[in-house]
Design a binder for this molecule. Structure first.
Ligand code: 13P
Length: 265
């Protein structure tokens, strides 16, 4: 059974001004020239979206944001709507990143609201889940991830699932240099896959499940070899064109050029 087409997505977090984003996007576009075996997404900060969009114009690199609010417009100081993201050139949005859960109190229910609003608007939600170190050590990884997946995807249909990405990011592996072993990651990805198939039927096989947490050129290959790891959500290594492009090259070497839909598996 062929895997889904690999997606390498960069989460730039709170890094890069508009000018810096433009320069990095230009380097990425130049470095990717001609490749179409791997899908590539970059997610700059809100203030850098438009300049990133201009540098990505005409390329296949997808622009994503790192968050969105659920209302269309109005008195919500500091927030950004799906319409604003679309107008800025976005096609995707990261939702429920552990940093948003940890520092901004985002809950599964709130992330679920955002995910439903995003798919309705035609944005691809990249919904993040993952356990803390304490939860892993308490043997609760699968329980925590199950609660997060079912809570954040509640009410989504098989049709919505065609435009959905899930990212498994063990919190203890984010920015720490501690990467989950391929077997550890695959165990959780397989559990997420089972939940997706339970909810969406065959369409659940077509949902790409990314691994995130210290993924780097020196550990990506083995992770990407796992049957239910369909790509990476990359933090630190996405901030430099060299390491990000190296990750894309590694993904390309897997020789998977399938379309990311259930009919091609
Ligand atoms: P690092 O790759 O820096 O560990 O970050 C992963 C991440 O949080 C991506 O969303």
């Amino acid at each position: 059974m062929a895997k889904n087409k690999i997606l390498i997505a960069g989460n730039w977090k709170m890094n890069k001004t508009g000018a810096e984003a433009k320069a990095l996007c230009a380097e990425i576009v130049a470095g990717l020239a001609g490749q179409d075996k791997v899908d590539v997404t970059v997610c700059p900060t809100f203030t850098a979206l438009e300049s990133a969009a201009s540098a990505l114009a005409g390329s296949k690199v997808v622009l994503g944001a790192q968050n969105v609010y659920v209302k269309a417009d109005g008195a919500y100081t500091g927030e950004i709507s799906t319409g604003m993201l679309l107008a800025a050139g976005c096609k995707a949005v990261i939702l429920g990143h552990s940093e948003r859960r940890q520092y901004f109190g985002e809950t599964d229910a709130f992330i679920n609201e955002k995910a439903l609003v995003a798919v309705k608007a035609g944005l691809t939600p990249i919904v993040c889940v993952g356990e803390t170190l304490a939860e892993r050590e308490a043997g609760k990884t699968l329980e925590v991830v199950t609660t997060q997946v079912t809570g954040t995807l509640k009410g989504m249909t098989a049709d919505d699932a065609k435009n959905l990405v899930v990212a498994y990011e063990p919190v203890w592996a984010i920015g720490t240099g501690k990467v989950a072993t391929p077997a550890m990651a695959q165990e959780v990805h397989a559990a997420i896959r089972a939940l997706l198939v339970k909810q969406f039927g065959a369409a659940g096989n077509g949902v790409r499940i990314l691994y995130g947490g210290s993924m780097k050129p020196d550990n990506a290959s083995e992770l990407l070899d796992q049957p239910d790891i369909d790509g990476g959500l990359i933090g630190g290594a996405s901030l430099k064109a060299k390491s990000f492009l190296e990750l894309v090259t590694i993904a390309q070497s897997k020789g998977i050029s399938g379309h990311h839909c259930c009919c091609c598996r």
